[in-house]
Unconditional design. Structure first.
Length: 71
């Protein structure tokens, strides 16, 4: 899974940082995904951060699959 924050929606409540500090940081008044931490499994703390974000700014999407090998 890939986690991201839409900065246009984020209003800086810091809920995500409080709930999953190893993945989210607070920078310039916004929640951001820490560098290199955007790929994740189904971590309950991250899912809770998504659920509790008051502006629904956090998205989780499936990581792109690698293309199949061609013969
Ligand atoms: S919880 Fe949502 S609104 Fe609050 S800082 Fe994180 S992304 Fe922004």
């Amino acid at each position: 899974m890939k986690v991201s924050v839409d900065r246009d929606l984020c209003y800086g409540s810091a809920e995500c940082v409080h709930r999953a500090p190893e993945v989210f940081a607070f920078v310039d008044g916004f929640g951001v995904v820490r560098p290199g931490r955007d790929q994740t499994g189904e971590d309950p703390e991250i899912l809770e951060a998504v659920e509790k974000c008051p502006s629904q700014a956090i998205s989780i999407t499936e990581a792109p699959r690698s293309a199949p090998d061609r013969p």
